[in-house]
Design a protein around this ligand. Sequence first.
Ligand SMILES: Nc1ncnc2c1ncn2[C@@H]1O[C@H](COP(=O)(O)OP(=O)(O)O)[C@@H](O)[C@H]1O
Ligand SMILES: [Mg+2]
Length: 401
Amino acid sequence: MAGIQIKNIVKKYGDGFPAVNDVSIDIADGEFVILVGPSGCGKSTLLRMIVGLEDITSGDMMIGDKRVNDLAPRDRNLAMVFQNYALYPHLTVYENIAFPLRLAGASDSEVDAKVKEASKTLELDEHLQRKPGNLSGGQRQRVAMGRAIVRDADAFLFDEPLSNLDAKLRGQMRSEIARLQKKLGITTVYVTHDQTEAMTLGDRVAVLKRGVLQQLASPRELYENPGNLFVAGFIGSPPMNFLPAEVEGTSVKLPFGTVEIPADKAEKAAGRGLLIAGIRPEAFEDASLVDEARAGGSTFSGKVEFVEWLGSETYAYLPFEAPPEVVKQLEQLEKDLDGDSLRTQLVISLDGASRVREGDQAEIWVDTSKMHLFDPATGENLTVDLSNAGRIPALDSGVPA
Ligand SMILES: Nc1ncnc2c1ncn2[C@@H]1O[C@H](COP(=O)(O)OP(=O)(O)O)[C@@H](O)[C@H]1O
Ligand SMILES: [Mg+2]
């Protein structure tokens, strides 16, 4: 096993466009790192440069202590676990797992020992004599991983392995992969455009936008301390709300009224004029359900246009007006995120016990300690807590992303 160091990696295709632009990621031995971002942001290109399927334009790719830029894929000792599993239908599970060992000319006894060990770990013992066609998707995935395990690969690489599966199977496979990765402790790099997969699978997540690394952090850090509008909008479902905001002292003027924010937050955003406030849906609550103990936030009144009751929670939708500067930035954000939802409405998640109904002028409480304030020009999160935000490359060099 080995760690992987991606150092200032650039990839320019024929037309000179940098599909991957100066990306640096340090992956520890045994770590599970996710590369995530909208379609076309360079995830697959980066993964393919790690494995050796794509030439590197500049930068250093290190596996263990070795620079591998000029090594052929087979000399890098990595295992790409393909989406279609690439299993041989006419071979048994046993022979599918054994395949790389047979290719390398291993003795029958060595093959047998390694295949048995892998099948035990992967719980495939009862299936060794079956053909892949008779297996479930999850079992096939495990066979593909078995083939990678017997090679003693230094790392596993996955490129959107679950994207063709239905939602239920995807959920099962996700937990399966997470469980096996922990059990095997093999360094893993996993590409996905799905933020849920990114949040649930990885030790750390690298968020990419147009070839540029935006933030490298744990799922929790990304969720609580996004470095910019892009990361804030990409991570979380339903997404973070973005509202026009003007800060004066510790007061923030929002479309629904003025709320109070903690002094340290206000200080970071002072004198900046029109900003974009970011507040996640769950930072809101029906004011009538908030007890004294939680009364640290602020209350405002808003017209509820639409309500979805889901039992444990209630989503309420409150439309608002935003000035053109903010609308323009949010439209750009939608484009960057490959999204299509209209964002000049507040989406809030209330307790299922809430009696708020369509058409109500509702009293809403908001935990303003959870509010972020973004610079509308650069998208930078002015209120980010840097000690809990992992790495934000744009701040390394002082140049906003
Ligand atoms: N073989 C190629 N030739 C030219 N451009 C490419 C090639 N492969 C990918 N690209 C471009 O590089 C960018 C990143 O692509 P890719 O790494 O496939 O993104 P992702 O996997 O994040 O969807 C895209 O703009 C894509 O059009
Ligand atoms: Mg891809």
